[in-house]
Structure formats: structure tokens, C-alpha cells
Write a protein that binds this ligand. Structure first.
Ligand SMILES: [Cu+2]
Length: 450
């Protein structure tokens, strides 16, 4: 197999690669539309010679065709064998299981089996043990789930509007779940049944609901949770797929409800959980679209701005922020860790329009559960991960060197729109890993290296 792979690699690398000399001769002949000059002279001398030449040419053509067919067949076999070798290597669970507890413990058949079990399985939800969900505001994440059985998980949410300082200059009246943007982090376990009780406390009269990408069924729950003002709607949703998912309001007009701040993350833990880490954080990116401030009676511009539909339609945000505001992860609440600790970030991108190039300057994502997929093997040692609107990613880092690590969307002009956060790491220096001849100097006016 190794020998085949080796030959195949050379063949594919050079196009035609190692072609036998005889075959090259035959291929060369096939490629010539005219015989060479000596052949041309002979072909014009006598008819007998012409016939002989034609006969020889016919033999050469036949031999060439046979040789070419043989070459194509052998090359195809070698190439197929080479590719198959690579695929088998990539799919061999032993190769990934060596350093991936997730790969070793969480397999695709288990997930599929859980889905298949639904065919004859009508769970009596009322007989499940009942738990109240632990709900946390960003950047805090509820503690890991240690139980090994499903529960009826009660999740009470209220929709309220809340004025907030979203940028260094302006306040904005956010539409929220439980008063925060992003909304609460909801942590459950695969197989749990979420009992969502959505109460609409929005005094402006807008209906609200929840579309959770973790729910299975039309609208992701939106149609049965739409609550009018002062109304409570209750829905039950069995969590069939482990993973990290975004939830958002999907009342019309949906883009406006999302742009105004109605989104959050729901983490459906796999039955075996993920490998434990020392710190877990909740970070969401979103865009803010607003009109210019109106002029107050005293002639000054208002400190509060209103939503701008035209800006949103043009996909030209005034601000791009983490956890709802420009200062959420800088002045107000930078993430913290110590040297030697492992840090996991549950990252979501609410959009509503832009894809995030999520990156933490000076660190690596040692594990990346791309798109919130906790079943497949994670990516390794990734620098930047792409997260679309409505998408998520789970990234793991290990803090080796103390200092400030800057969280950015690497579409880097967005740092001037607010897409900056900090992870402050304390602990002893590691000159064997990171050292300079002079002490570090922060650059003046730089938003990246605080
Ligand atoms: Cu809404």
C-alpha cells in the first residue's frame, strides 16, 4: 500500500509523472500529425514502401493505443489506490482517537441511533424529572451538566426592551430576552425536553417568540411561542442533536428583531460532554445599525439613536460589537484566566449580516468544534475561524504566556466599529516561549494591544 501511495503521489504531482520510455515513444507518435522527414521521404519513394509504411504506422497506432489504454488503466488504479489510502487514513478512528477523547467517545452512530429511536419512542414527558435551567448572562456560562439522564428543563424567558450604552457615543433601546443582549446562555443535555415559557413584557406592543436552532420542528419553535404583550406562551422541545446553537426571535419583521438584540446561545451537551476545561466563556458578535442622532431642544445631538432599516438593508453597520456593546469585553468585563489554564469560548455570531473571522491575537484554538459540531473530531491548532450569521463555534485555548490577548473579528477594520475584546491572563512569565530584548511597549492609540 505504501509503495502504491508513493507511486501515485509522484504521478499526481507531475501530471504524467513516471511514464515508461516505450510508452513515451508511443505517445509521442500519437501526438505527431505528420511523420518525421525520413518517414516522409520513404513514403514518397514507391507504393510498396508506402503500403509498408502505412502497415507499420497502423501497427504503431495499434501498439500506441494499447499502451495508452494500459497506462490509463494502471494510472487510474494507482491514483484510486492512493486516494483510497488517504481516505482510509483520514477515516481511521484509531488515527484521531489517539489524542481526541471526543473522537473516541462520541460517534456518529450514537447520534443517528438516537434519532432512529424516535420511530417507536413516544416519551412520556410528564414523567421526566423536572429541573430549573441555570441561566447566565454573557460572558458567564452555566456549569457543566453532570447528570446522565434526561429531564424536563424549565426555561423561563421574558422579552423586555432595555436602553443600553451600545457604543462609546450612543445609547440604543435594545429588544432583549431577560434584559440582556445577548440573551441568557441556556445549557441542556441531549435528550432533555426544554419547557420554554416565553412571557412578553415589551411595553411597545411588539409580539416576540423564539426560534432555536436546537429545536426540531417547523420554525424552530417560533410559531408556537409567539406571545403578544403580557402573554405567556409555553412550548416543549425535545433536544435531539447535541451541539451549540443560536436562538433568536423570529417575529416579523425577523431581521429587525435580531438586529435589535434578540438572540442568544443554547448549548446541548453531548451525553459524554466535552473534555473539561478550566474556564468557559460566552461571547456573541452582532451588528448595530442606527440613524444619526436627532437634535435635542437645546440644539445638541441626542445621546440615543434609533434603528436604521436602510443601513441594515445595505449591510453597512455603524457598530460591530461583542456581547452587545462596544465596551462589553474591554472596560466592563474582560475575560480572565491564569497561566496554565485552559479556556473555552462558546462563540456565536448573531449577524444579522456579516460573517465573522473570529480570532484571539497571540493564541491558538487548540480545539475548534466548527459550527458548534461536538460530534465530529475538532479542528486543531487553528488561528482564525469563520462563523457565519446564525452560526457558532466552540474554541479551546491554553494560556501559556501572561498578558493581554485581544479578541477580534479579523475583518480587521471592524475593530474601529467596536469588535474588540480582551482576555487578561495573569501568571509568571515564560521567557522560554516568549521574550524580547526590550520590555514590551504598547503602541499609542492602538486598540489591539492594550
Ligand atoms: Cu422579537
Amino acid at each position: 500500500m505504501l509503495r502504491l501511495t508513493s507511486i501515485g503521489a509522484r504521478t499526481s504531482a507531475t501530471g504524467l509523472g513516471r511514464i515508461p520510455p516505450l510508452l513515451l515513444q508511443q505517445l509521442s507518435f500519437l501526438g505527431n500529425k505528420k511523420p518525421d522527414s525520413r518517414g516522409a521521404a520513404r513514403s514518397q519513394s514507391t507504393s510498396t514502401q508506402t503500403k509498408e509504411t502505412k502497415g507499420q504506422a497502423s501497427k504503431n497506432i495499434t501498439a500506441g493505443v494499447i499502451a495508452a489504454c494500459a497506462f490509463v488503466c494502471v494510472s487510474t488504479a494507482v491514483y484510486t489506490g492512493h486516494n483510497r489510502t488517504l481516505r482510509l487514513y483520514a477515516m481511521d478512528p484509531r488515527s484521531a482517537a489517539l489524542d481526541s477523547p471526543v473522537r473516541a467517545n462520541a460517534t456518529i452512530p450514537k447520534t443517528v441511533g438516537f434519532y432512529a429511536a424516535l420511530d417507536g419512542d413516544h416519551l412520556d414527558v410528564d414523567k421526566l424529572p423536572v429541573e430549573e435551567a441555570v441561566l447566565t448572562s454573557a460572558p458567564t456560562v452555566p456549569p457543566p451538566i453532570n447528570r446522565t439522564y434526561p429531564v424536563l428543563l424549565k426555561v423561563p424567558l421574558e422579552t423586555v426592551t432595555s436602553p443600553k450604552q451600545v457604543t462609546n457615543m450612543y445609547k440604543y433601546d435594545e429588544w432583549t430576552f431577560n434584559g440582556t443582549t445577548p440573551g441568557p446562555f441556556i445549557r441542556a443535555r441531549v435528550g432533555d425536553v426544554v419547557e420554554l415559557a416565553l412571557t412578553n413584557r415589551d411595553k411597545k406592543g411588539n409580539p416576540h417568540n423564539m426560534d432555536s436552532h436546537a429545536f426540531t420542528g417547523p420554525g424552530g419553535g417560533a410559531a408556537i411561542t409567539t406571545a403578544e404583550e403580557n402573554e405567556t406562551r409555553i412550548g416543549r422541545f425535545r433536544l435531539l442533536c447535541p451541539g451549540l446553537y443560536i436562538y433568536h426571535c423570529a417575529a416579523a419583521p425577523v431581521p429587525v428583531h435580531i438586529a435589535n438584540g434578540m438572540f442568544g446561545l443554547m448549548y446541548v451537551e453531548p451525553a459524554e460532554g466535552l473534555p473539561p476545561v478550566d474556564k468557559e466563556y460566552y461571547v456573541m458578535q452582532s451588528e448595530i445599525y442606527h440613524e444619526p442622532p436627532e437634535t435635542e431642544d437645546d440644539g445638541r445631538p441626542s445621546s440615543t439613536v434609533e434603528f436604521s432599516y436602510p443601513n441594515a438593508l445595505r449591510e453597512e453597520p455603524n457598530a460591530v460589537v461583542f456581547n452587545g456593546s462596544e465596551s462589553a469585553l474591554t472596560r466592563d468585563s474582560p475575560l480572565k484566566a491564569s497561566v496554565g489554564e485552559t479556556v473555552r469560548i462558546f462563540f456565536g455570531n448573531a449577524g444579522p449580516n456579516l460573517t465573522s473571522a473570529f480570532h484571539v491575537i497571540g493564541s491558538h484554538f487548540l480545539n475548534v468544534y466548527r459550527d458548534g459540531d461536538v460530534v465530529s473530531p475538532p479542528g486543531r491548532n487553528v488561528g482564525t475561524v469563520s462563523v457565519p450569521p446564525g452560526g457558532v463555534s466552540i474554541v479551546d485555548m491554553k494560556i501559556v504566556v501572561p498578558g493581554t490577548y485581544t479578541i477580534v473579528d479579523h475583518a480587521i477594520f471592524r475593530l474601529d466599529k467596536g469588535a474588540v475584546g480582551f482576555l487578561n491572563a495573569s501568571g509568571p512569565p515564560r521567557p522560554d516561549v516568549y521574550v524580547g530584548s526590550q520590555p514590551p511597549e504598547p503602541c499609542i492609540g492602538c486598540k489591539l494591544h492594550a
